[in-house]
Design a protein around this ligand. Structure first.
Ligand code: TMP
Ligand code: MG
Length: 301
């Protein structure tokens, strides 16, 4: 049905079920669709030319805005807690308090650095942040078809907005739930706003925003994209859900995490640094095939 689903990076627990969900979504029409996506390592690349790409936090951590001493402490936290985040031998319940600990300590360190709001754009420009290949088509196509995109991130809202702004794809159909910085009157970071969002409490984050999902109550079909098991709860606030298709990027520790990912995501993309598969699905759901789209592009350009 969608040739890209036969790509070598694609694994599916139940391809027949994926087909049924897609058919049901096509029948319902793209005016019933909404997309909910994680940001770090889902919309952005995990690695490029064998080198890790930065998360929102590491864009800041590696920037000139942070002292050498603080960089060392933040790197220490990453080395301690990231292996716990992706450890498939621990339960989410076990990981929860440790994730709160990581985010709290990291945010305290960042606040102590007195980061200036007006320098964030430079930090992003000078970082190696990269959206996945195909991002332009992804964002532009959703915008063109007025399909709402919720970016739901445990990263830093100010940074992720700057990344998509600099890429020229922060369209009006995009809404962001994330951790936002709070600046004092002279534009210096003094705290983080609101309830903390970490990788394993996105369900609570979703339930704190009933107004958003109420506005989108006619959009009963959801395309969910994530790279963490915690991302599976991002759509928990959606009202009267009809269908949900979950796409999971499995970037790291592939062999030990393959089975849990296959059990919970409908489509698992193994070490795939592109948005080719989500784009092919989106085009299919809006009545276009990716290969036709490419042919049209090559004729027009
Ligand atoms: P996401 O929800 O957009 O994926 O963002 C969460 C990621 O941020 C998560 O995978 C871990 C990462 N992270 C860092 O890289 N450094 C940090 O200091 C913290 C707290 C999180
Ligand atoms: Mg992520």
């Amino acid at each position: 049905m969608i040739p890209e689903l036969s790509n070598p990076s694609v694994l599916m627990r139940d391809p027949q079920r994926v087909q049924e969900i897609l058919e049901s979504m096509v029948k319902a029409g793209s005016n019933t669709l909404q997309v909910i996506s994680d940001f770090d390592m889902t919309l952005t690349r995990f690695a490029h030319n064998g080198k890790r790409c930065p998360t929102c936090h590491s864009i800041l951590d590696n920037s000139k805005l942070i002292s050498e001493d603080c960089k060392e402490k933040l790197a220490g936290l990453l080395n301690t807690y990231y292996p716990i985040e992706i450890d498939s031998s621990r339960t989410v319940e076990e990981k929860l308090p440790l994730m709160v600990e990581w985010w709290t300590k990291a945010h305290e360190l960042l606040v102590a650095q007195k980061i200036r709001k007006d320098l964030l754009s430079v930090a992003v420009r000078e970082s190696g942040a990269m959206l996945r290949e195909g991002y332009q088509l992804f964002f532009d196509h959703l915008h063109k078809h007025s399909i709402p995109l919720l970016i739901f991130s445990a990263g830093i809202g100010d940074i992720l907005e700057e990344v998509i702004h600099q890429a020229g794809v922060f369209h009006p159909n995009v809404k962001v739930f994330s951790n936002y910085m709070d600046f004092d009157e002279s534009g210096v970071l003094k705290a983080f706003k609101g309830e903390l969002i970490h990788v394993y409490n996105k369900r609570e984050g979703a339930l704190l925003n009933p107004g958003h999902f109420q506005e989108l109550r006619t959009r009963r079909n959801v395309l969910l994209m994530g790279d963490s098991i915690g991302d599976l709860t991002m759509a928990d606030g959606v009202q009267d859900m009809e269908n949900i298709l979950k796409i999971g990027f499995l970037n790291d520790k592939v062999e030990e995490r393959k089975q849990p990912y296959l059990n919970s995501y409908d489509i698992v993309l193994i070490k795939d640094e592109t948005l080719e598969v989500p784009n092919a699905i989106l085009l299919y759901l809006t009545g276009i095939h990716l290969c036709w789209y490419r042919c049209c592009l090559s004729v027009c350009t």
